[in-house]
Design a protein around this ligand. Structure first.
Ligand code: M6R
Length: 616
């Protein structure tokens, strides 16, 4: 979590830093700060609150001048989000200044040692310990900043992406990474530093992504030198051409990124299957799968690891892969997997799902699975992200930047990739008749159109229902089979952006406890497409109805049975059962969105959350 931006070059750094921080605010938004070298000194402004608060403060304090500088937007780990704990942090001498994304786990013993040597600390942060450690090393070793950073980092346990400036050498910024992302933008006589490429997309399309345990000295008018932190060896910089464009990271006329991203689903699902779903040839071709087909078809078991919404996509995939390809699938929270000595065999395939590709728990779980000899396949959205590089093969979702903290298009594109994977495996293993396989290809190709239709037809209904239930303190979501994970996802969406307590359940589980919660004030959202366990779901609806619960049902167009029972219905287009999650999820996203807007919540930046969870 936390976003960092830096600039060194011929332009004014201030607008680049402020704009960059606004683009990175999805990574954390409880405080923000910046520092600029104004030609004589380092000037800093920082504050609790959002980047817009920082902008006001910096302008009032005149911290706007300089061609070298850096900024930070924070998701607090150590110390409450207040002005003092905000980044940047100066060293005791006032000569060195740092911004940091990550956690220094051994900061306490280091702090005690530094206090013994006379250092005093203003903040509660681990970061202030790191900058003073760098200062102490620099003094003791009488070395340059780069060397001091390197020696200090070798004493540190934890995760970091850092940028450090020395007032005595303001023509360079020293950067380093371990576990938190760091991109360097290479312009004409100028360099950009950022947690992702979005802050510099309009200035350059050339970027270097630092690898873990690498550091660089970014020096004006000099080529970037990258070194390994551990042994000082030089690394050849690999300059990538960025695929992102400015339009993708702007709201494009929508009130919120979340709404824009919900409405992008028809086109991004198409992007996900473009060049892979080849209906004319009657095949699916995904390079990462083709190259490793034997590993998949010989797998005794597939283990899926992920967090949050990506974990829900993994649950949908469990149903689909088992049904289509008859391979046993287990789905685990990455945070549990990594800490429980899981049994992983060499013939297991592990699939790691992550939108950001930076989730710390998923990354650690991948490393553990690899250590145990498993083949790890990644399903990521962010190209070049840590998880996409750590996995041995994979498939990108091609959803484009997802900026709203609540994941929407990432979910449906993950399901699309995983469905294609399941179909490809079914074909390879001969577990699905060819006629059925071909029918799925055709139906999957139609999904973007159907999502488009669902967006058009369900938005007003979702809004009207939102107006009725926006003040409910609780809400239940029920589904069965493929739509049980959709119920979980619907509840997560409501919780995270509207702060209403919501739970998702398999509908049949109600009678084992949760039905006790039902009374006339409890809204129950039931996902009831006309396929699969429809009759069973109808019975579940009756059980809730007879206890006076309020039923909001997601049904297939033309449904009559559920319509007769439910208080409200939202209709979605018809599709084959396994693909229904791609449609049933749409009204649930819209319902949460409208409720959050009506409750005056910050839809794109819900409280206490950040988009990339780079801490465990
Ligand atoms: O980037 P990832 O997919 O690895 O992120 C996992 C979760 O943090 C994420 O899905 C989170 O639950 C979202 N806020 C849900 O909307």
């Amino acid at each position: 979590m936390c976003g960092i931006v830096g600039y060194i070059g011929h332009r004014d750094a201030y607008p680049i830093i402020i704009k960059g921080l606004k683009r990175l605010e999805y990574r954390g938004y409880d405080s923000a700060g910046l520092v600029l070298y104004d030609g004589a000194d380092l000037k800093m402004s920082k504050t609790k609150g959002k980047v817009s608060d920082l902008e006001l403060k910096a302008e009032k304090e005149g911290t706007t001048i300089g061609k070298v500088g850096m900024g930070h937007t924070r998701w607090a780990t150590h110390g409450v989000p207040n002005d003092v704990n905000s980044h940047p942090h100066f060293s005791n001498s006032g000569k060195l200044v740092i911004i940091h994304n990550g956690i220094i786990e051994n900061y306490e013993p280091l702090k005690i040692e530094l206090i013994k040597r006379g250092y005093v600390f203003k903040s509660d942060t681990d970061t202030e310990v790191l900058i003073n450690l760098i200062e102490e090393v620099k003094k003791k070793e009488n070395c340059k900043l780069g060397k001091a950073v390197q020696i200090a980092l070798n004493q540190v346990v934890g995760a970091y992406a850092i940028a450090v400036i020395d007032v005595e050498k303001p023509d360079e910024i020293v950067v380093a990474r371990l576990g938190s992302p760091l991109a360097l933008g290479i312009g004409e006589n100028e360099y950009f530093i950022a947690s992702d490429a979005s802050p510099f997309i309009e200035y350059t399309s050339n970027a270097i992504y630092l690898e873990d345990e690498e550091m660089a000295i970014v020096r004006l008018n000099k080529p970037i030198k990258i070194r390994k932190i551990k042994d000082d060896s030089l690394v050849d910089p690999y300059i990538q051409e960025l695929q992102m464009n400015l339009e993708q990271i702007e709201k494009g006329g929508y009130d919120h990124f979340m709404l824009k991203e919900i409405y992008e689903q028809p086109s991004v699902i198409k992007d996900t299957y473009r060049g892979r779903l080849l209906v004319d040839q009657g095949i699916i071709r995904m390079a990462g799968v083709e190259d490793n087909l034997e590993k998949f078809t010989n797998a005794k078991r597939i283990v899926i690891i992920a967090c949050g919404t990506s974990w829900h996509a993994g649950l949908v995939a469990e149903y689909i892969i088992e049904e289509f390809a008859r391979i046993p699938v287990e789905v685990e929270y990455a945070s549990e997997f990594r800490y429980r000595n899981p049994i992983i065999n060499k013939d297991d395939v592990v699939i790691a799902i992550s939108q950001s590709g930076e989730t710390a728990d998923t990354l650690a779980a991948i490393k553990l699975a690899k250590e145990k000899g498993a083949f790890v396949f990644g399903v990521c959205n962010v190209v070049g992200s840590s998880i996409s590089r750590e996995t041995q093969a994979g498939a990108y979702t091609h959803a484009g930047p997802e900026i709203g903290v609540a994941s929407t298009k990432a979910f449906t594109t993950q399901i699309t990739v995983l469905t294609m994977l399941a179909l490809r495996l079914a074909k390879a293993k001969g577990t699905m008749p060819n006629s059925e396989y071909q029918r799925y290809l055709l139906e999957l190709e139609l999904i973007p159109k159907k999502v488009e239709e669902a967006l058009q037809t369900t938005n007003e209904a979702a809004k009207a229902i939102a107006a009725i239930y926006k003040d409910s303190p609780n809400c239940l979501y029920l589904g069965r089979g493929y739509n049980f994970p959709v119920a979980l996802e619907g509840a997560l969406k409501l919780k995270e952006i509207s702060y209403i307590h919501a739970e998702g359940y398999p509908a049949a589980e109600m009678k084992h406890g949760p039905i006790a919660l039902i009374d006339e004030s409890m809204p129950v959202i039931v996902i009831a497409p006309n396929k699969g366990h429809y009759d069973k779901v109808v019975s579940n609806i009756q059980e809730i109805k007879s206890r006076s619960g309020k039923i909001i049902a997601i049904v297939t167009k033309g449904d009559t049975q559920v319509k007769a029972l439910a208080d409200h219905v939202i209709e979605i287009p018809e599709t084959t059962e396994a693909l229904t999650p791609l449609l049933t999820t749409i009204p649930l996203q819209l319902l949460s969105y409208h409720i959050a807007v009506m409750r005056g919540c910050n839809v794109d930046q819900p409280r206490n959350l950040a988009k990339s969870v780079t801490v465990e």
